[in-house]
Design a protein around this ligand. Structure first.
Ligand code: NAP
Length: 309
């Protein structure tokens, strides 16, 4: 068995605790060696409040997983690459496409691994969906991604600030699946963005896009859905209808369940990160971020009711 890769987890908040810590502990590729967070701590490892202090004190830690909000990720990733560490980026990989592309260039020049993760691409139905769609003519795609922001992002002020992505924080997960299963370029034709009067980022978005072949792609994102949550992608083709439900966990072909099983999104991410680090390769696809950037460029603004947590 290969030696474990020593790793530091950075930004100990909801996703670090819910997914990264258990996935690292449950796998055999990484050894959690340190945590870096201003307030969050992990028992049993060395904890740092400052990223520079960590880099200086622990040159033995080969890899870092950056689980902070995107706003502060660029500076951390840049410093980690300069210190020749391998870097895993939570989604979205950066606040802007310019930052993301700069990081990819730096990592490539430094010869370190940069892995821009899209956890939804590791959902169980996504790869079989890609395979089923290959070679079929796509007639249309419909994405409906509606959830309750109070349930999934309680008290997260950063998500509403400039650079926080608003409803595109979950919406980019749908776009990461879309760009994994539909081949070729995708263009944004129209975007209607709904901004609460007291917030800097949209609470809902309605996009009209098209595939390279001209097939229409509609996207409805909404953070105001209480009760049952909807994370569905439906693709009409010349060979039948494909539907990914529950964020990609379940795949239906012509209404019949074709693939489902236990969630392995984050264990899948760490399997891939270990393979990339050992092969000295990177994986940085920014297509989902480009679509979000284009939606903001195309976006018309609509003011809606103020949002209070
Ligand atoms: P979170 O609960 O707010 O945790 C992020 C942590 O980063 C904070 O607890 C904070 O810890 C640290 N941090 C460093 N600089 C910060 C700053 N300027 N503002 C706020 N926090 C800062 O957020 P999260 O839900 O874990 O999300 C983090 C990233 O994971 C986001 O990019 C998100 O899109 C992604 N993600 C989240 C989920 C989810 O379900 N929540 C799912 C998949 C991916 P200290 O105060 O200790 O420094």
């Amino acid at each position: 068995m290969s030696k474990r890769i020593s790793l530091a987890l950075v930004g100990i908040g909801k996703i670090a605790r819910d997914q990264h810590i258990p996935s690292i502990a449950g796998g055999e590729d990484f050894e959690l060696a340190a945590a870096v967070s201003r307030h969050g701590k992990i028992d049993g490892v060395e904890n740092f409040e400052d990223f520079d202090a960590f880099l200086k004190a622990r040159p033995d830690v080969q890899a870092v997983s950056l689980c902070t909000p995107p706003e502060v990720r660029f500076d951390m990733a840049r410093k980690a690459i300069e210190a020749r560490r391998d870097v895993l980026l939570e989604k979205p990989p950066a606040t802007t496409l310019g930052e993301a592309e700069a990081l990819a260039a730096m990592a490539s020049a430094a010869g370190v691994t940069l892995f821009a993760t899209w956890h939804s691409r590791f959902a169980l139905g996504v790869e079989p969906a890609r395979q089923w769609l290959a070679g079929k003519a796509i007639r249309s795609v419909s994405i409906v991604w509606k959830e309750d922001v109070r349930r999934w992002h309680p008290g997260q002020a950063w998500i509403w600030e400039a650079g926080g992505f608003g409803v595109f924080d979950p919406g980019i997960n749908a776009l990461s699946i879309l760009t994994a299963i539909v081949p070729g370029a995708i263009v944004v034709h129209q975007a209607a963005l709904s901004f609460p009067s007291n917030r800097q980022q949209p609470i809902a978005a309605s996009l009209s896009m098209a595939s390279a072949a001209g097939s229409p792609i509609s996207v409805e994102l909404d953070w105001r859905q209480e009760g049952p949550q909807t994370w569905d992608i439906t693709v009409e083709t010349d060979g039948g209808e494909l539907r990914l439900s529950k964020g990609g966990a379940e795949l239906y072909i012509d209404g019949a369940l074709a693939s489902s099983g236990p969630d392995r999104e984050y264990p899948g991410i760490y399997d891939r990160f270990a393979a990339l680090v050992r092969a000295r390769q990177g994986d940085a696809d920014f297509q989902p971020l480009r679509l979000v950037a284009d939606a903001f460029l195309r976006g018309s603004r609509q003011d809606v009711d103020a949002f209070h947590d």
